[in-house]
Structures are given as C-alpha cells and as structure tokens.
Design a protein around this ligand. Structure first.
Ligand SMILES: C[S@@+](CC[C@H](N)C(=O)[O-])C[C@H]1O[C@@H](n2cnc3c(N)ncnc32)[C@H](O)[C@@H]1O
Length: 223
C-alpha cells in the first residue's frame, strides 16, 4: 500500500535518534538533496515515494556472516510502507524488529493500543534505540530471535507485524510464510479485526509473483 508521504504519522527521526555506534550496529545521519531522495526510492522499476531534501537516519547492522547492511532508514519509502501497521495497531501488538523504533512513536500514541511487545535479535540495537523511545509501561522490548522466540503461554495478539528484513527480495517470502505459520495460532481469534502481516509481503508477491512459488497459508486477514 503506497500512500502519500505527506500524510505520514512518523516523527523526524533525526531529531530523536543521534549518530552513535555499538558493536555491530551504528546510526548515521544522511543529508540528501532532491535527486538523491528520488533515486533512493527506486523499487522494482518505479520511483516510489521520493523523499524530499533533508536529513534522514539510517541503521546499519553487520549481520551474522559479517556483512554490513542498511537495515532501516526513515526515508519516505520506508515510511509509506509502514503506514498500515500504524493504522491497524490496537489491543495487544507483537512486532518483530525494533530498527529505529520509528513505528513505535505513532503506535504508542494510540489509546486503543493496550500493549506492545517488540522482539529484536541484536542487543546493540536494543541498547542504542531503547533510550530514544518514550517511556511507556505498555512497551516491552525482548532481545531474541523471532524465529526461535515463543510467546509466553496463553499469549494472544490482536496485531502481529514482522519487519526484520533489510530488503524485499522474493526469497524473503519463504521466511515470511514460516513466521505466518508459526504465529498464526497466537492471533486473537475472538477479534474480528485481528491482523498479521510482514513488511512488503503483498507488494513482493505482486511485483515478482513468478520468481518464487509462495507456499504461505492464508493466515493474513483483511487482504
Ligand atoms: C527494518 S528494521 C525494523 C524497523 C522498525 N519497524 C522501525 O520502526 O524502525 C529490522 C530490524 O529487525 C531486526 N531483526 C533482524 N532479524 C531479526 C530476527 N530474526 N528476529 C528479531 N529481529 C530481527 C534487525 O536487527 C532490525 O533492527
């Protein structure tokens, strides 16, 4: 779902997250002009949601095989692809991937959100980003891997959002399917508005449908 970036609910992250580094994780501020902001939104042959000239924040992580990747930024393409989870968030929310904590600011601003549990694989990301978040007793951040973490017994979530990928390669679809299969049982079946989704899953399926057969079960609601 691509929406008008001017309507986006996210704060200017450069005013919230300073440049810093710890172990495998680092935060940089990047100043882009209009052309760079346009080029940075090039996705599958289209310029989507160009960012206006300005200063943006990037989170870079060296992964388990020693490869440094930009995992997250607040460029406008990232912002528009995170609209939907903010709109859908209510009740008990489970999020995989802390990143810059960008989506947490508007999500914690919603009164209809009862709790937010964030699972983040890298302790350095938790250490760098946690202090930048508003104190909120509804928020719990867990340092763990979403592929191995299990919710506490009896847990049910109204909204589940997986956002752990640095890119939108079609090969990610099988990981998404795995997570949807594992966590579908933790959705609150009594809530007609329950929702579970992975970042950029629908767009990846639509834009590259023939490259990888998708075996994900139909556990995503409200498509
Ligand atoms: C794209 S960022 C998330 C962006 C975030 N939603 C935000 O609002 O800024 C992806 C995050 O997922 C984390 N991550 C990657 N693999 C993970 C895994 N297996 N389990 C939990 N977190 C993971 C990365 O360390 C990174 O912080």
């Amino acid at each position: 779902m691509i929406r008008d970036a001017r309507m986006q609910p996210f704060p200017e992250m450069s005013g919230i997250v300073s440049e810093c580094a710890k172990g495998r994780a680092s935060i940089q501020h990047v100043t882009v002009d209009a052309e760079a902001g346009r080029t940075a939104s090039y996705v599958y042959g289209e310029f989507r949601a160009p960012s206006p000239a300005g200063t943006y924040v990037t989170l870079r992580i060296t992964d388990d095989i020693g490869k440094p990747r930009v995992m997250m930024s607040d460029l406008h393409y990232e912002r528009v692809t995170c609209f939907e989870v903010v709109e859908r968030a209510h009740g008990d929310v489970l999020i995989a991937g802390l990143g810059l904590g960008m989506i947490l600011h508007p999500i914690l601003g919603k009164q209809e959100v009862r709790s937010v549990t964030v699972i983040e694989k890298y302790s350095e990301v938790v250490e760098l980003i946690s202090p930048t978040l508003p104190y909120d007793p509804r928020l719990t951040i867990v340092n763990d891997d979403i592929f191995t973490w299990r919710p506490p017994s009896g847990s049910r979530y109204d909204v589940i959002w997986f956002d752990i990928w640095p890119d939108f390669e079609v090969t990610r679809l099988s990981e998404m399917a795995r997570l949807h299969r594992k966590f579908g049982r933790y959705l609150n079946r009594d809530n007609a508005n329950r929702w579970m989704e992975s970042w950029h899953r629908k767009e990846t399926k639509r834009l590259a449908p023939k490259q990888v057969p998708d075996s994900s079960p139909a556990v995503t609601l409200n498509e």
